[in-house]
Design a protein around this ligand. Structure first.
Ligand code: ADP
Ligand code: MG
Length: 672
C-alpha cells in the first residue's frame, strides 16, 4: 500500500527517469505531488462570441458548416480553414501548421475551439481543438525541462487514484475547521487541482492559505511566548534620573513617537525577559537618537552596549555622533578593516570593560571579541539579527537584549503581523522644523536645464548624488550605465566640479574611500548605482538626481531620496523619467506629492504586492507558497489573532488539538 512518503517511482507509469525530472520541481514523494498546486487555471468554458473582446483568447463552440480546406504554402507551412456557425453568426476559423486536425473535422459536427478572437473579421485563430466542451477549470502547473503539462496532470491523477489522499492526515484541528468553516484537507487538495467551479476553488484556496498563515503565526507566537516566559534575561536596572538628565541635555526634545518608543525599549530592558524589538522609523525620524539613549541607560546600569552597522563608514559616523553625545564615556570602534594595533587595543578595552559602548561592523560578533557585561545589542539597517547571531553571543556567555533598527517603512499593522515574533516600536513622526525635500519630476528632454541648475547649486557649495538607471538582473549593464553617466558628467563639469563614481562591483574599501572623499567634499558629484542606499549621512549633500526613476519602486525611491534632507539646508530630489506605463507615471506623481515613508509604503504595497518590496528573506518577511502577505492580509491577521489566543492560554501545549499543531510546526517552519 502506498503512503504519503512513498517515492514517485512507486506510482504506476512513473519510472526513475521521470521521477528524476520531477525532483527539479521538488516533488519527491506522492504527497509532494498531491501538494503541488497549479499556479493558475485555464477557463475552457464556452462563450458566446458577443461576449469576447477583440484579441482575447477564449473557447468558441459551433457547428462545422463548410469542409475543411488545407493549403500548403512555403516549406512545412500550412493553414487549415473552415467555417463555424454559432447561432446566426458565421465564423472563419484558421489553424496554422496543425494539418492532422483535418481528419477530425466532419461536416455538421459540433466543435469547441480554443483560440484568439478577432471581432473585426469575425474570425478565430485556432490554438487548440478541444475534445469536448470542458466546463471545468483546467489546472496549469509550473513546469521544468522534461516535464510537460500533460505528464504532470497524468501523474497527479495517478496519485489521486493511488488512494494516498484518503490516508493523508488532517493538519488543522477540527475546532478551527469548524470555526472558520474551512474545507477539510482532502477536499481542499482535490479542489485545488480540479475545482468544479470558481466558488469551489476559492474555498479550497482559503483553506490552504489559512493553513499556511496559521502555522506561520503559530511559529512566531510560540517563539515569542518562549522568549517572554524565559526569565533568564538581564534585568537592566538603569538610573532613571541620570537618563532623564541626559535626555534633557540634548539640543532638542524628543518627539512623542520617540518618547513612546524609548519607553517601550526601557521597559523591555528592565524586565527579566529578553528584549527582541524592532524599531522602525523613516530616515531621519530619530531612531539613532532613541537607540543612543537606550545605550546610555545600559551604561547607567553598569552594562556595556554594542551598536552593529553594515559598513565601516557607518560605524565611523555613529562613533562620532556617540562620542559627541556622551563625551564623558569611553567608546570603542571595531571594524574588520582596522589596523592590527588599533584592533588589539579595542579588543583589550572591550574585554576589561574600560569602554562602555562599542560601535562596529560584523566584527562585533566574531570569536575574538570578549565582552564585559554586554547588556544591549543594537543593529542598524539591513541585517536581520537572527537566531544565529543570538546564539553566537550566547555561546560567548552573553545574553543581551536586542534592538533592531530599520528605515524600511512597513505599514504598522503589517509590521506587527509580519514580525510577529518581535515586538515593534514605530516612530511615525518627524522632528519639528524639518524642511521637506522638494521633489520634482522632469522628462529626459529637460536634463540640460537640470544640469545647468545643478552647476549653479554646486557653485554655491552644494553636493549632489546622481543615481544611474537600474537594470534589473544585470549587474554588468548597471555598471555600464553608471560608467557612461559618470563620463558624461565628468565632461560636463570638467572645469567646475569633481565627479566620482561608485558601483556594486567595487570592494567595500573602495566604496568607503569614495564615500569618505565625498563626505570631506573632495568631490561634489557622486554618480552611483543603488549601492548608495544604505544609510550614509552627508548633510552637505542636498541634491539627489535619479535617472530613469520610473524603474524603481516607491520604497526604493524613498530610500534614495532619504540620502538628502539631512541638514538644515533646503534639499531637492529630481526624478528624471519618461515613464511608459500608467503605474510608472503614478509613481512619479506620488513621489512629488508625499515625503511620508508610510504613505509611500502603503501605496507601494497596493501597486506591486509584497514580493517585490520585501523580496528576499533578508527583510525578515518570509515568502509563502500560496499566501500573499498583502492580498491575504485579512487571513493573516485572523491567523495571528487565533494563534496568539491559543498560545496565551495556560497549559495550551497539553491539549490534544494543539499538540497535533505543535507536532506539525517543525515541518511548517519557515525559520532556518
Ligand atoms: P535616524 O536614525 O532615524 O535616521 P537620527 O536619530 O540620526 O535619525 O536623527 C536624524 C537627525 O535629527 C540627527 O541629526 C538628530 O540629531 C536629529 N534629531 C533626532 N531627534 C530629533 C528631535 N526630536 N528633534 C530635532 N532633531 C532631532
Ligand atoms: Mg531585559
Amino acid at each position: 500500500m502506498l503512503s504519503e512518503n512513498s517515492p514517485l517511482t512507486e506510482l504506476k507509469g512513473i519510472g526513475p527517469k521521470s521521477a528524476e525530472k520531477f525532483q527539479q520541481l521538488e516533488i519527491f514523494t506522492v504527497a509532494d505531488l498531491l501538494l503541488y498546486f497549479p499556479f493558475r487555471y485555464e477557463d475552457y468554458k464556452a462563450r458566446s462570441v458577443f461576449e469576447i473582446q477583440d484579441g482575447e483568447k477564449a473557447v468558441v463552440t459551433g457547428t462545422l458548416v463548410t469542409p475543411a480546406n488545407l493549403q500548403y504554402y512555403g516549406r512545412q507551412k500550412n493553414r487549415l480553414c473552415f467555417k463555424l456557425k454559432q447561432g446566426e453568426v458565421v465564423i472563419s476559423v484558421s489553424f496554422f501548421n496543425q494539418p492532422y486536425l483535418k481528419d477530425k473535422l466532419q461536416l455538421g459536427s459540433e466543435l469547441a475551439i480554443f483560440g484568439k478572437w478577432d471581432s473585426k473579421k469575425t474570425a478565430l485563430t485556432g490554438i487548440k481543438l478541444l475534445a469536448q466542451v470542458q466546463e471545468d477549470m483546467q489546472p496549469v502547473y509550473r513546469l521544468t525541462q522534461g516535464v510537460t503539462q500533460a505528464s504532470l496532470v497524468k501523474a497527479i491523477k495517478t496519485a489521486f487514484e493511488s488512494g494516498v489522499l484518503e490516508r493523508l492526515p488532517e493538519t488543522l484541528p477540527q475546532v478551527l475547521i469548524d470555526k472558520y468553516r474551512l474545507f477539510s484537507r482532502k477536499e481542499a487538495i482535490t479542489a485545488m487541482h480540479f475545482p468544479k467551479d470558481l466558488a469551489e476553488y476559492k474555498q479550497a484556496l482559503r483553506r490552504v492559505k489559512f493553513e499556511e498563515l496559521f502555522y506561520f503565526q503559530m511559529n512566531l507566537q510560540v517563539l515569542k511566548a518562549r522568549r517572554k516566559s524565559d526569565q533568564h534575561g538581564l534585568a537592566i536596572v538603569y538610573d532613571k534620573e541620570k537618563l532623564a538628565a541626559k535626555e534633557a541635555s540634548l539640543p532638542f526634545s524628543l518627539t512623542g513617537a520617540q518618547k513612546r518608543s524609548l519607553d517601550e525599549i526601557l521597559q523591555d530592558m528592565r524586565s527579566r525577559s529578553h528584549m527582541n524589538r524592532l524599531l522602525q522609523g523613516d530616515v531621519g525620524s530619530g531612531k539613532t537618537a532613541v537607540a543612543s539613549l537606550a545605550m546610555y541607560a545600559a551604561y547607567s546600569a553598569g552594562f556595556q552596549s554594542a551598536l552593529m552597522v553594515p559598513t565601516e563608514i557607518l560605524a565611523e559616523q555613529h562613533y562620532e555622533s556617540l562620542t559627541q553625545l556622551f563625551p564623558e564615556l569611553s567608546i570603542a570602534i571595531l571594524t574588520s578593516g582596522m589596523k592590527k594595533v588599533a584592533k588589539d587595543t579595542a579588543l583589550e578595552q572591550i574585554r576589561e570593560g574600560s569602554v562602555q559602548m562599542i560601535v562596529g561592523t560584523h566584527a562585533l560578533i566574531q570569536e575574538n571579541v570578549a565582552y564585559h557585561k554586554l547588556g544591549l545589542v543594537i543593529t542598524d539597517e539591513q541585517h536581520r539579527f537572527g537566531v544565529n547571531q543570538r546564539r553566537v553571543l550566547r555561546e560567548k556567555g552573553e545574553n543581551p537584549d536586542v534592538l533592531m533598527m530599520t528605515a524600511t517603512p512597513i505599514p504598522r499593522t503589517l509590521a506587527i503581523t509580519a514580525f510577529g515574533e518581535m515586538d515593534v516600536s514605530i516612530i511615525d513622526e518627524l522632528p519639528a522644523g524639518r524642511k521637506p525635500i522638494i521633489t520634482r519630476w522632469v522628462k529626459h528632454q529637460q536634463l540640460d536645464a537640470v544640469l545647468s541648475w545643478l552647476k549653479k547649486e554646486l557653485e554655491k557649495g552644494a553636493q549632489a548624488y546622481v543615481i544611474s538607471p537600474l537594470i534589473e538582473e544585470s549587474e554588468s549593464l548597471d555598471l555600464k550605465n553608471a560608467t557612461a553617466l559618470y563620463e558624461e558628467l565628468s565632461h560636463y563639469f570638467k572645469d567646475s566640479a569633481e565627479v566620482s563614481l561608485m558601483h556594486g562591483r567595487m570592494s567595500a574599501e573602495e566604496k568607503d574611500s569614495i564615500m569618505q572623499a565625498f563626505k570631506e567634499q573632495r568631490s561634489q558629484v557622486l554618480v552611483s548605482t543603488t549601492v548608495i542606499e544604505v544609510g550614509v549621512n552627508v548633510p552637505n549633500a542636498t541634491i539627489m538626481i535619479i535617472m530613469d526613476a520610473d524603474r524603481f519602486g516607491l520604497s526604493q525611491l524613498h530610500q534614495l531620496r532619504g540620502r538628502v534632507g539631512r541638514g538644515d539646508k533646503q534639499s531637492y530630489a529630481i526624478l528624471v523619467a519618461n515613464p511608459k506605463t500608467d503605474s510608472g507615471k503614478e509613481r512619479m506623481k506620488i513621489m512629488t506629492e508625499s515625503t511620508d515613508g508610510f504613505v509611500l509604503a502603503e501605496a507601494d504595497l497596493k501597486m506591486r504586492g509584497s514580493g517585490e518590496i520585501f523580496g528576499t528573506r533578508q527583510s525578515g518577511i518570509p515568502e509563502f507558497r500560496v499566501a500573499d502577505i498583502i492580498e491575504d492580509y485579512a487571513i493573516l491577521e485572523e491567523a495571528r489573532r487565533v494563534a496568539s489566543q491559543i498560545v496565551s492560554q495556560e497549559n495550551w501545549d497539553k491539549e490534544k488539538d494543539w499538540q497535533m499543531v505543535l507536532k506539525n510546526l517543525k515541518e511548517h517552519s519557515i525559520f532556518d
